[in-house]
Design a protein around this ligand. Structure first.
Ligand SMILES: Cc1cc2nc3c(=O)[nH]c(=O)nc-3n(C[C@H](O)[C@H](O)[C@H](O)COP(=O)(O)OP(=O)(O)OC[C@H]3O[C@@H](n4cnc5c(N)ncnc54)[C@H](O)[C@@H]3O)c2cc1C
Ligand code: FES
Ligand code: FES
Length: 491
């Protein structure tokens, strides 16, 4: 049974199959059809809802999420807010009022999802007001497509929400709501088996997860579900044996050591971003181009690595930074360099009963450089055709500790060892970079698919190396104009 709150009212839903999404639960079992289905793959945002979970002080924090690819069972002990729950009688929530006044809707199919993304933005502003910069608007609305209105009226609505009466939803007046949710979560058992048919089990600690993996090694793990759920919505696979790692306390920590950070595999991108902003601004910049806020709020670093997609965005960066993994399971734990984790297309070093516990991100040395360039067709919410991550130090005019990693260039994300060798110990000169580019052509045989032909990918990867070269030359000449030109193409 799923025990949660919907727009302030407690709901207990039984007989839900393990692979039911929040969207299906809402529309079919609960008769709440305000939330729409567009793509059923997390791309369009029509199904956006807000999920409230208590923070450390017990206050409910809301994030937007794609209902079409979020497991219904992950609502256990949460407050789900949908477009039906925003107005107060005839009085509209500021997100709705602004959309009406700014003519932010035509056919209206995308509108409930956009209103919910505006609602979570409004909640953020209520808690911690800050200027609504272009970057913040892109982050808030980048996961919501609209095919007929055009984005300017929607942006105008976002910018003018604070000019409307601050109408609270009725449930916001309930002083008990947050405390009731905290109690509901506390009363949820350490290993909860929710589904009556099949399994959707949510362990709360490492010991329980290990035991479950011992009993059911074949069970699929689910974290944010932003990859896994596409198997059911796009490939119509039945997922009837699931272990949810999101609640496992040890998988949710970020542990700082003098050498770096152990990031629990179930830490979401949204939680990771502040750390990256401080220590790895280049990596943080990539996060702005990673999917959408809906996906970043649910998706995890562990899921990205375990999914082992050749076009996953974080593995090349983690390879360039020499990241390591802790793999864990009923037979104990082991540490592995990330470079040894990816074996072949979607094949990893994980044994059946193992899971990723944590990912180690080394602390950058003061002279370390990192550049990450993602090439995709759209700037927001798109997967890479090619992603390059370059790390190096410059010492006495030559390049040292050069690590060049690529996504989209082979069956697995991997380093270009020959190209690295061509640059190691060399000044950033034409000769060294020409040798590196030649080596790149021998090292990779990329595939042709909808994101790019093999020749295009080869050329793009080579051009990214050339770009690094030009950037280093421009930096040594202190030629800032050239840097601006290069940045014009940077994403
Ligand atoms: C619209 C959309 C846009 C996207 N954009 C991007 C993008 O720009 N860049 C990008 O790289 N990806 C993108 N993705 C893919 C996805 O969001 C990421 O790969 C994400 O990090 C997956 O994490 P998750 O927690 O959702 O994993 P899940 O979907 O829950 O799991 C993914 C896989 O990992 C396994 N798994 C999960 N946790 C563990 C663990 N601890 N140990 C072992 N196995 C585990 C699962 O069994 C499953 O096989 C996008 C997806 C969507 C739907
Ligand atoms: S229906 Fe398109 S993102 Fe969910
Ligand atoms: S109003 Fe029609 S798709 Fe947005």
């Amino acid at each position: 049974m799923i025990d949660f709150y919907l727009n302030g009212k407690r709901r207990q839903c039984a007989d839900v199959s393990p692979d039911t999404s929040i969207l299906e639960l809402l529309r079919t079992q609960l008769g709440q059809t305000g939330t729409k289905e567009g793509c059923a793959s997390g791309d369009c945002g029509a199904c956006t809802v807000a999920i409230g979970e208590p923070d450390v002080s017990g206050e409910l924090r809301y994030h937007n999420a794609n209902a079409c690819i979020t497991p219904a069972y992950q609502l256990q002990g949460c407050h789900l807010v949908t477009v039906e729950g925003l107005s107060r009688g005839d009085a509209l929530h500021p997100a709705q009022a602004a959309m009406v006044e700014c003519h932010g809707s035509q056919c209206g199919f995308c509108t409930p999802g956009i209103v919910m993304s505006l609602f979570t933005l409004h909640e953020e502003q209520r808690r911690c007001p800050a200027p609504l910069t272009q970057e913040r608007l892109e982050a808030a609305l980048g996961g919501n497509l609209c095919r007929c209105t055009g984005y300017r009226p929607i942006r105008d609505a976002a910018l003018s929400m604070d000019q409307y009466p601050d109408t609270h939803p009725v449930w916001a007046d309930d002083p008990e709501l947050a405390a009731n949710i905290v109690t509901l979560r506390q009363n949820t058992a350490t290993t909860s088996e929710f589904a009556s048919q099949g399994h959707f089990t949510a362990p709360r600690d490492l010991a329980a997860l290990r035991e479950l993996k011992r009993q059911r090694p074949q069970a699929r793990l689910v974290a944010g579900a932003t990859d896994l759920w596409l198997e059911t919505t796009q490939q119509l696979r039945i997922l009837d044996d699931l272990i949810d790692v999101r609640q496992v306390a040890e998988l949710n920590t970020i542990e700082e050591t003098p050498e770096g950070w152990w990031i629990g595999s179930a830490v979401t991108y949204s939680r990771l971003e502040p750390l990256l902003e401080v220590h790895y601004p280049t990596f943080a910049h990539l996060m702005h181009r990673f999917a959408s806020s809906q996906i970043r709020n649910r998706g995890t670093l562990g899921g990205n690595v375990a999914n082992a997609s050749p076009i996953g965005d974080t593995p090349p960066v983690l390879l360039a930074l020499d990241a390591r993994l802790i793999l864990d399971g009923p037979d104990g734990e082991r540490e592995l360099p990330l470079a040894e984790f990816f074996l072949d297309y979607k094949k990893t070093a994980l044994k059946d009963n193992e899971f990723i516990r944590a990912i180690f991100l080394p602390r950058p040395s003061c002279d370390q450089n990192l550049k990450v360039w993602k090439l995709s067709k759209r700037r927001e919410d798109d997967i890479s055709a090619v992603l390059a991550a370059f790390a190096w130090r410059q010492e006495d005019g030559v390049m040292r500790d050069v690590r060049l990693a690529f996504g989209g260039m082979a069956a697995i994300p991997r380093r270009a060892l020959g190209a690295e060798q061509a640059l190691e110990g060399q000044p950033p000169c034409v000769k060294a970079f020409e040798a590196a580019k030649r080596s790149l052509r021998d090292e990779f045989q990329p595939m042709t698919d909808v994101r790019g032909a093999a020749e295009y990918r080869q050329m793009a990867a080579s051009n990214m190396l050339e770009r690094l070269h030009l950037m280093l030359v421009a930096a040594s000449n202190q030629n800032t104009d050239a840097e601006v030109m290069l940045d014009a193409y940077a994403h």
